[in-house]
Design a protein around this ligand. Structure first.
Ligand SMILES: Nc1ncnc2c1ncn2[C@@H]1O[C@H](COP(=O)(O)OP(=O)(O)OP(=O)(O)O)[C@@H](O)[C@H]1O
Ligand SMILES: [Mg+2]
Length: 244
């Protein structure tokens, strides 16, 4: 469970989060929408304790994140997997070594590393690509390796920050299918930050709209089209068939 309570954060006097509250239940996938610069990434960073709030707090399971000491915070972060906008793989390392890295950091023994890497690659449909370098695979495959790398540590929470941005629709849909499958197979709790409305509607259970530092709208995806919020409807415009 993740619970964000009345979060405030400003940078150099410029308010970004202004009393944001949000609860994410176990097993739920929440899509976070919001204009560029509205504070989506800042919100994610507060959840994992990379930023400290000016006011308000964040709970992850039974831990109050802003109160955790360095060591405890480090432990807590192990519950999270991140998939970044850019795949952020090391070009000089093979797929296997890229995936092994977070496990080596944790002192996982090599046979267990091998097992987990193979399992994660199988989950994203890339078994057999252990010895390839990032430059030898497509952008879409790199994204899937990015997802696999988030999975090797067997996280309870998975954060996707713009995972389909910059991909063609077919490749984006492969990533969408993958996110759906992980939700079904692993029951993972996920936060999906995206500008891709199609992706949000396919993958998420609930959609929240961040605006002026708060959660302006929070609705199950099934009710998105019947919610008469102008700002939410603006986001939906992008996927409406053009009538002319
Ligand atoms: N460490 C920081 N120091 C100063 N300002 C910051 C910092 N991090 C974020 N900001 C500012 O906070 C605001 C929100 O940034 P954030 O990255 O959360 O936006 P976003 O909603 O993720 O946007 P995008 O969709 O473009 O990724 C921006 O104005 C940004 O410049
Ligand atoms: Mg962002």
């Amino acid at each position: 469970m993740i619970r964000i309570e009345n979060l405030y954060k400003a940078f150099e006097g410029k308010p970004v989060l202004q009393g944001l509250s949000l609860e994410i239940a176990d097993g739920e996938t929440v899509a976070v929408l919001g204009k560029s610069g509205s504070g989506k990434t800042v919100l994610l960073k507060h959840i994992v304790g990379l930023l400290k709030p000016d006011r308000g707090t964040v709970w992850v399971d039974r831990y109050e994140v802003p109160r955790l000491k360095r060591r405890a915070l480090y432990e807590l972060r192990r519950r999270f997997g991140f998939v970044f906008q850019a795949a952020a793989l090391f070009d000089s390392l093979t797929v296997y070594e890229n995936l092994a890295l977070p496990l080596r950091d944790r002192g996982v023994p090599e046979p267990e590393i091998r097992r987990r890497v193979q399992e994660a690659l199988r989950r994203v449909g890339l078994e057999g690509s252990e010895n390839l370098y990032p430059s030898e695979i497509s952008g879409g495959m790199q994204k899937r390796v990015g997802v696999a790398r988030a999975l090797v540590t067997e996280p309870r929470y998975l954060f996707y920050d713009e995972p389909t941005t910059g991909l063609d629709p077919v490749t984006a849909d492969r990533i969408n299918d993958l996110m759906i499958r992980l939700k079904q197979e692993l029951g993972i709790t996920a936060v999906l930050v995206t500008h891709d409305m199609r992706s949000a509607l396919r993958v998420a259970d609930r959609l929240v709209l961040l605006s002026q530092g708060r959660i302006r709208v929070s609705v199950p995806v099934t009710e998105v089209f019947s919610t008469p919020d102008p700002e939410l409807q603006d986001f939906l415009e992008s996927i409406r068939p053009k009538t002319e």
